[in-house]
Design a protein around this ligand. Sequence first.
Ligand code: HEM
Length: 440
Amino acid sequence: MPKNNIPFEKGLPLLGNLIPYSKDRLSWLSKLSDKHGEVFKVKVGPKEIHVAVGKDYVRHIMVKNSQNYIKKTNFEMIFGKSLFITNGAEWKRQRQLLTPLMNLRYLESCLPMMDEIITKNLHQFEDSLDNGKNLRNLFSKITFDIIMSCVIGLDYEDDYEHIDKGLAVLTSFVTREKYAVFNLPGKLDKEKKDFDFYMQKLDDVIYNSIKKTNKDKLSFSFMNQLLEFRDKNPEEKISDTFIRDNIVTVMFAGYETSALSLSFMMDLLLENPHWLNRCTEEMRAFNLEINFESLQQLPITEACLFEAMRLYPAGWGFTREAENDDEMHGISVKQGDIFLVSPFLTQRSSLYWDNPETFDPNRFLGKKITEELRQIYFPFGLGPRMCSGMNFALMEMKLILLRLLKNYQILRTGDRPLVDARATLMSKNGFQMMMAKNQN
Ligand code: HEM
């Protein structure tokens, strides 16, 4: 008979472990993962959370019995009822409808625009006052412009600062709400006011683009594909709200994650100059025509990127809630139990990795990501809800790395990043690095 005697870190009455969780959740969870191993339970504020680190537990939740472990997140406040949020039949319908639109033809058609955006931004950043302060700003600007052009199909140069700040305010509010023990009444709550303000702004941008996009020059954009699909398939009854929800989702899911992954990779390359040199040599020797296929032929850079995403997965953790009672490798699960699955914890667990804290791209060099490896390495998630933008992200990141390392040097200008696990894995003190044009 399964028992529920898994280790439980209860913490203080009422607060649970809210203090260590809010202070530095990753160090705290990592210590508990070392102490308790594959699965344990923590109390954070009013919530009890099961933390699944072991591969059998992760696989059970995300793959084998994934239909019983559903997403329940307050990101619905931003994303509405999009692919990222919904469950069951509605999620399946959206996944079947949207994933084919991110096909190879679409990806290839994005490449010239991506390349133009990357080259323009690198050139501008080279002389900007920002260069040297936070390299993440460069990557964010590039990936944001790419999402705006390739997904929404519009040139958003002027609105960048506004929307970038808006996205940060929205995300921070949602993550605060999640573990808040006491909430202030709406009127006193400045953050709620900011949230409403930026939400309205974002909605205006999207709904205006839905009206404009068909006439816009960037006809390959994801939004245009969706609008064309709607015209050809009226029986699908695709509403403006459906389009708004999924476009906002892709904006959030698709730009900061890639920018942060690249930022952490640059930090690791600077710490490991041998690998930086190898990547740079590989990029400088690259002379193929740029397309999806040729970007697969960068084994050293790809191994470094994969290893960086092992140590610093931008989506560091995601939660699931049990819809029904279940049994899982010796523990009994009750309806409503909450599980945290964390690539950060599993990908650094000494249960599966030798010297897990060491940056060693040889782990991935010349190797395929097999089903077996995917059980312990899942920066893009796993199972049916795996990231639908993975190929987009990998293609975009490799192209950015190609243009950057071929033409520029990277230098450190300050301290290494201090990891900060919010909705995504960020750095408290930014990424203090700069780029300088190659002399030769
Ligand atoms: C390095 C970049 C990226 C990382 C690390 C990443 C990571 C992830 C992860 C871990 C999940 C699964 C979350 C869960 O199971 O709860 C996910 C889902 C998703 N991602 Fe990404 N992502 C990245 C880029 C992108 C891009 C560029 C797009 C779109 C263009 C995108 C769109 C999505 C969507 C729509 C989902 C939800 C899929 C579903 O629930 O069926 N992501 N991503």
